[in-house]
Design a protein around this ligand. Structure first.
Ligand code: GLU
Length: 445
C-alpha cells in the first residue's frame, strides 16, 4: 500500500520550528516509503487566513527542501464539505444547537461544581421540529454538533504513543459548524483526509483528543481511519514550552546564518533515539526515518545544538554549493582554507576581507617590530610555494630563538590583524607574496 501523508497548516501566521518539524517528519515518512507528501492549506477561517501566510508557508517549505507532491486548499473544497455534511445529517450524526457561549459556560460551571466532568448534556437533542421552527422564526441560527456514538469505545494503535483508548461517554459532542455556516477544523479535516487518500496522519500530541473524536467521523463517513501518530511537543533548551519556540521561524534562523541542511538534520531526529548527524542529507534521513524511534518525552530544541550542527554543515560544504553566496573573487582554495573557521557562511566575507586587506594591525613594541622586520627579510628571500609558511617560521625560529606563541602570534597579527583564524599556512598563500611582505613591513615600521 502506498503511503500518503499531509501537512495541514492554517495560514493564520508564520510557521515556527514546531510546525516545520511536523512538516519535515511527514515528508520523511512519505519519502521513506516512496509515497506522497501533500500540503493542505487549512484556510476555512476566511477572517484569520491570509494569502501572504500561504505564500510564506510555501516559501519556508521550499527553503527547507521539503517539496510537496501536491497542494490542496480547504477554501476551494466547501462544496465537498456540504455534501458530506448532508450525508451525516441524513444519518442523524449531526444536530442543531442554540446555546450561547454564556449558557454553555454556565452548564460547565454547574457540572464542575458538582464534581462532574464538563460534558455537553445534549439538551439540544430533545428539541422538536416545532422548537426548531420557533427558533428559526425568531431569527435564531443553530450551530452544529457531531453526535458521538457513546456505545463505541474509541481505540487506535498510535505510531508513537502505542495503544490509545477513549470513552466517548466521557467526551462532549464536538461543535463542527458555527451558526454563520462556517466550519471548525474537525470535520473538514476528516473529509479531506478521506478524499485525499491520506494513509498516515502524523501531528503533534496536542491533537490526540481531536483524533479521538475524528476516529468516529471517519467511521460515520464510511471510511477506515488512517494510521495516526502523535509526536511529543517541542520544548526549549530549558525543558519548558517556550514562547521563543512558538515564534521562532525561518526568517530569524536564516538571519543568524542557519543552513537548511542543518535545520533539517536537527529537526528530523529531534524527539527520536537516533543521533543528530550533520552529514546526513534528506535521502539518508528518509531512509532511516522510523516512527518507532520516537519517544514520548518532550523533544528539546536547543539553538546552541543547531548552531553547532550548522558549523559542521558549513565545514563540509563543497565549494560548488557555497560559491554563489561567497564574496566576489573568493575561489575554491580560499573556501577550503577559510571554511573550517566559519560558524556560518556569512562569516566568509570577513575572512575574505582579511585576505584582500586592508587589515588593522595592533601597535607592536620595539622588540616585536624588529622581529617582524626580520620576518619580512626572511620571507623576501624564500621561494614562494605551498611550504612557505613552514619555511618562514622554521627559519625565524632558528634565527631568533622564538617559539610557540611568541613566534606565531605577532606574525598572525601582522598578517591578518587578528589573534585567531584559519591556518596561517593557507592564509599566507591566499594573501600572496607582495601583500604579505607589505603587511610585515608596515607592522615593523
Ligand atoms: N490545521 C490544523 C492545525 O494546524 C491541522 C491539524 C492536522 O490535522 O494535522 O493544527
Amino acid at each position: 500500500m502506498t503511503v500518503v501523508t499531509r501537512f495541514a497548516p492554517s495560514p493564520t501566521g508564520r510557521l515556527h520550528v514546531g510546525n516545520l518539524r511536523t512538516a519535515l517528519h511527514n515528508w520523511l515518512l512519505a519519502k521513506h516509503a516512496g509515497g506522497q507528501f501533500l500540503l493542505r492549506i487549512d484556510d476555512t477561517d476566511a477572517e484569520r487566513s491570509r494569502e501572504e501566510y500561504v505564500e510564506a508557508i510555501r516559501a519556508d517549505l521550499a527553503w527547507l527542501g521539503v517539496h510537496p507532491d501536491g497542494e490542496e486548499r480547504q477554501s476551494a473544497r466547501f462544496a465537498l464539505y456540504e455534501t458530506e455534511f448532508a450525508r451525516l445529517a441524513e444519518q442523524g450524526r449531526v444536530y442543531r444547537c442554540y446555546e450561547t457561549p454564556q449558557e454553555l459556560e454556565l452548564k460547565r460551571k454547574v457540572l464542575l461544581g458538582r464534581g462532574l466532568p464538563p460534558i455537553y448534556d445534549r439538551a439540544a437533542l430533545t428539541l422538536t421540529d416545532a422548537d426548531h421552527a420557533e427558533k428559526a422564526a425568531a431569527g435564531e441560527k443553530p450551530h452544529w454538533r457531531f453526535l458521538l456514538d457513546r456505545d463505541a469505545p474509541i481505540e487506535w494503535q498510535d505510531g508513537v504513543r502505542g495503544p490509545q483508548h477513549f470513552e466517548p461517554a466521557q467526551m462532549s459532542d464536538p461543535v463542527i459548524r458555527r451558526a454563520d455556516g462556517s466550519w471548525l477544523y474537525m470535520l473538514p479535516s476528516v473529509i479531506d483526509d478521506i478524499a485525499m487518500g491520506i494513509t498516515d496522519v502524523l501531528r503533534g500530541e496536542d491533537h490526540v483528543s481531536n483524533t479521538a473524536t475524528q476516529m468516529q467521523m471517519f467511521t460515520a463517513l464510511g471510511a477506515g481511519p488512517p494510521r495516526f501518530a502523535h509526536e511529543a511537543l517541542l520544548v526549549g533548551s530549558e525543558g519548558k514550552l517556550s514562547k521563543r519556540l512558538g515564534s521562532l521561524g525561518i526568517d530569524t534562523l536564516r538571519e543568524t546564518g542557519v543552513e537548511p541542511a542543518a535545520l533539517v538534520a536537527l529537526l528530523a531526529r529531534l524527539g527520536t533515539s537516533d543521533p543528530v548527524d550533520a552529514s546526513l542529507d534528506a535521502e539518508a534521513l528518509a531512509a532511516s526515518f522510523d516512527l518507532s524511534h520516537f519517544g514520548r518525552a518532550p523533544a528539546r530544541f536547543d539553538e546552541e545544538d543547531l548552531h553547532r550542527i550548522n558549523a559542521a554543515v558549513v565545514h563540509a560544504m563543497p565549494y560548488s554549493e557555497a560559491a554563489a553566496r561567497l564574496p566576489e573573487g573568493m575561489d575554491e582554495a580560499a573556501w577550503q582554507a577559510i571554511r573550517p573557521n566559519l560558524a556560518h557562511l556569512g562569516e566568509a566575507a570577513e575572512w575574505w576581507q582579511v585576505v584582500t586587506g586592508p587589515v588593522d594591525t595592533p601597535q607592536f613594541d620595539d622588540d616585536t617590530r624588529a622581529f617582524l622586520a626580520q620576518a619580512a627579510d626572511v620571507l623576501g628571500g624564500l621561494a614562494w610555494g605551498n611550504e612557505v609558511w613552514r619555511d618562514m617560521t622554521g627559519k625565524l625560529k632558528e634565527g631568533t630563538g622564538r617559539k610557540g606563541k611568541a613566534l606565531f602570534q605577532p606574525l598572525r597579527q601582522a598578517l591578518t590583524g587578528r589573534d585567531h583564524g584559519p591556518e596561517m599556512a593557507s592564509l599566507l598563500l591566499l594573501i600572496g607574496r607582495d601583500e604579505a611582505l607589505a603587511r610585515l613591513k608596515a607592522a615593523a615600521a
